[in-house]
Write a protein that binds this ligand. Structure first.
Ligand code: NCD
Ligand code: ZN
Length: 342
């Protein structure tokens, strides 16, 4: 049977998004709000979001940037080992998750965690578990760059065992080892990006160096990409789409010392449609991967939005206000035809 040339997606969600702040926020937030119903918003601002005022004010700036478009920013706090029960109880209604970064592992993560000794992390993790606040983790050690994520899997396992009631989301997984860990622990979940479903390290550095594909975690081997594709295309019930769209100004990417991050938000749904078509994967799995699984795992009810995609080759712009997207100046096979809010 030919693949449908019209695809309807209901309430798409991006469960890992960098919206930045200031002028960049105003430029890029409307692009996500246009096509997505909501997103988990990362807290790695400078300085990171670690208190109530910073979080509530940041949410207000996002809402302001988005205007009247229905879009829920699901806010996160930057993990600190010593948040106490009183503080987190007060924060509960304002946040959807807490994001843990190992110190210095990626953009603006200097204030992250430097020891994964469970007892040192216990005050915050115990309170999170009791309050049912999901823990989102950037799972990389400071080892050799290609091995960092696989080396982190035992840490995920220790966390999952020590806090069996805690929902732990392995963010932007890139390896077959992380995929395998999903099924070993009931409380482990994962997000998968668009770019890690399309590229391997070969695309980043196998020919000419492609700075716009450079990100953390770095794209891995073909067998890793295959493992990610399998669980995304089958819409494994513990896997959610999280773009990790991470805009940097063009000058910061095309420079000596390229910043890590791939900008995908405005082309993500089109490229996902193309991916599912290429692999002849069922459309109900695409719906589950970009929305239904996340609604169930996070227990969210985002504003209604129906996105209509049609098969029509379209060229991706060279940049969006000084930020170069993935697939810039290339053609995608699906285009957004219509978006019906409400
Ligand atoms: C992200 C960013 O730029 O904030 N960069 C990236 O390469 N993914 C941070 C992150 O999620 O690691
Ligand atoms: Zn990220």
């Amino acid at each position: 049977m030919p693949y449908p040339d019209k695809i309807l997606l209901n309430d798409p969600l991006d469960m890992h998004l960098h919206l930045r702040d200031g002028e960049m926020l105003r430029r890029i937030a409307p692009l996500s709000a246009h096509t997505f119903s909501g997103a988990i918003v990362m807290p790695n601002l400078v300085p990171p979001v670690t208190d109530k005022k910073a979080l509530v004010d940041y949410k207000a700036r996002i809402e302001d940037a988005v205007g009247n478009t229905p879009f829920s920013p699901y806010m996160t706090l930057f993990f600190k080992p010593d948040y106490d029960m009183a503080f987190l109880s007060e924060m509960r209604e304002h946040l959807s998750a807490i994001k843990l970064y190992p110190a210095g592992i990626t953009t603006n993560s200097e204030g992250g965690v430097s020891s994964f000794d469970i007892d040192a992390l216990r005050p915050t993790l115990e309170a999170m578990s009791a309050l049912e606040i999901p823990l989102c983790v950037h799972g990389e050690t400071d080892g050799f760059v290609m091995d960092r994520e696989a080396q982190f899997v035992p840490i995920y396992e220790r966390l999952a065992e020590a806090f069996p009631e805690l929902t732990i989301v392995m963010e932007h997984i890139t390896t077959k080892e992380s995929v395998a860990a999903l099924d070993r622990y009931e409380n482990l979940y994962a997000t998968i990006t668009l770019h890690h479903l399309y590229i391997t390290l070969d695309d980043v550095a196998g020919g000419l160096l492609r700075p716009h594909l450079f990100c953390k975690p770095i794209a891995k081997r073909p067998e890793d990409k295959e493992a990610l594709l399998r669980v995304a295309l089958e819409a494994h019930p513990k896997v959610m789409f999280g773009s990790d769209s991470a805009p940097h100004p063009k000058e910061a990417k095309e420079s000596y010392g390229c910043a890590a991050g791939v900008f995908t938000a405005p082309i993500a749904l089109q490229a996902l449609a193309q991916l599912f078509e290429t692999h002849d994967a069922p459309l109900e799995n695409l719906q589950a991967f970009v929305s239904d699984n996340a609604k169930r795992i996070y227990g969210v009810t985002p504003p209604k939005k129906e996105v209509v995609l049609t098969k029509r080759p379209t060229e991706v712009p060279a940049e969006y206000g000084g930020v170069v997207p993935m697939f810039a100046e290339e053609r995608l096979t699906f285009a957004i035809e219509e978006i019906i809010d409400g």
